[in-house]
Design a protein around this ligand. Structure first.
Ligand code: SF4
Ligand code: SF4
Length: 376
């Protein structure tokens, strides 16, 4: 899927520099003089702050949603709270269905309307800033990163499967995405509306919560395997299995914004490739086209050379063919503005909160286990 641009075809030089023989790497290094970066790089501070804020936001939304469900179930722990619409960020399939319904019927969907706005936000983000949702906002991406960083601290390194295994494993997320896209493509707009208004569609979020509340032995084992694998393989879930990440990756492939390396000031130290959690050979490419690039800027943070590496637009889009690098603060501001403006617009126009009457939830939530999937 990735179209990458090698700067050299020599077999040894085509490997990431950290995989080359020491003599070769040293020889390459010695050819260039380092013009050291002077300005401090704040990318990591911005990104990790965004990750922490969004993790806390999701904990808050999850907690409020739990108490919202408990109030319909009655019993201990029942506190009157309103339904947090942000929980629909966890319903990307509903978001995709709503998007199709909106395009084909011209009507704003009534059930899980926020899911569509959030999906649109994250797709736009992928087009503008690569898969920044995965490395800046997604709580699963954040927890995955905490796990592989812990693994690196404990064992001194992380691991990637060999290429012959890595490629088919990475393909799994596209198979999952393909299945969901195929299922939605077979549904008419009216079919989607009926599905969303079925008991299952109305409380899909409650069913998801209940899955984790009443997780069985098999579910716990699978979850445990994912957690353990994430300690060793950076972003195990995101890299191999997340269909949402696959969709955002495909969208990001169209983005004009990419990590670009300028071979002239670059001293071929390979620090960028070593730092890349997606295992991309940044030091050997002039442009990172790969759908696996999450826009995390970890490669930019470690690069010691002035103007060697940046997230930037192609030269041909810029006046006088100058490369326009996107500073980390501008990327952070862009992500925040995009998220807040779309959510704010949906709220201001009354399309954020679902207008489903309380009486419907009162009937459905306590009997969520009986709401079966309406499709055969
Ligand atoms: S380290 Fe650089 S190339 Fe690797 S995923 Fe992050 S932004 Fe992309
Ligand atoms: S882009 Fe920067 S980090 Fe990567 S090899 Fe060149 S100088 Fe080193």
């Amino acid at each position: 899927m990735a179209t990458q641009v090698p700067v050299t075809q020599l077999p040894e030089a085509s490997k990431p520099a950290h995989q080359q023989t020491p003599a070769k790497s040293a020889a390459v290094k010695s050819k260039k003089k380092l013009a050291r970066r002077i300005e401090k790089d704040y990318s990591a501070i911005y990104r990790r702050s965004f990750q922490a804020v969004f993790l806390l936001l999701n904990v808050w939304i999850g907690t409020q949603f739990y108490f919202w469900v408990r109030q319909y179930e009655g019993g201990a722990g029942s506190v009157p709270v309103s339904r947090p619409a942000g929980v629909e960020g966890w319903l990307p399939i509903a978001g995709l269905m709503n998007l199709k319904y909106w395009v084909f019927s011209g009507e704003i969907p009534r059930v899980h309307p926020a899911a569509r706005f959030l999906l649109l936000t994250f797709l736009s983000m992928a087009f503008l800033f690569r898969k920044a949702f995965c490395s800046w906002l997604c709580p699963i991406g954040t927890i995955s990163e905490y796990l592989w960083r812990a693994g690196k601290q404990l064992f001194g390194r992380n691991f990637f499967p060999p290429r012959w295994l890595d490629l088919p494993l990475r393909g799994l997320k596209y198979l999952l995405l393909g299945f969901f896209v195929w299922a939605i493509s077979t549904m008419s707009a009216m079919g989607i509306r009926d599905f969303m208004q079925s008991p299952y569609g109305l409380i899909a979020d409650v069913k998801m919560l209940n899955f984790f509340r009443h997780i069985g032995e098999t579910g716990l084992i699978v979850l445990g395997v994912f957690v353990l694998a994430s300690v060793f393989v950076p972003n195990f879930w995101c890299r191999f299995l997340c269909p949402y990440g696959a969709l955002l990756g495909l969208t990001s492939w169209l983005s004009p914004m990419k990590i670009r390396r300028n071979p002239e000031p670059c001293i071929d130290c390979a620090k960028c490739a070593k730092a890349c959690p997606s295992n991309l050979p940044v030091d050997k490419l002039v442009k990172i086209q790969s759908v696996e690039c999450t826009g995390c800027l970890e490669c930019v943070v470690v690069c010691p050379a002035e103007n060697a590496l940046s997230m930037s637009l192609p030269q041909l889009l810029m006046p006088k063919k100058r490369r326009m690098a996107l500073p980390a603060w501008a990327m952070a501001a862009g992500i925040a503005v995009l998220f807040l403006s779309v959510a704010g617009f949906a709220k201001a126009t009354g399309h954020w909160n679902s207008p489903i009457p309380d009486a419907v939830y009162q009937r459905l939530v306590p009997n969520a286990d009986q709401a079966a999937h309406p499709m055969p």
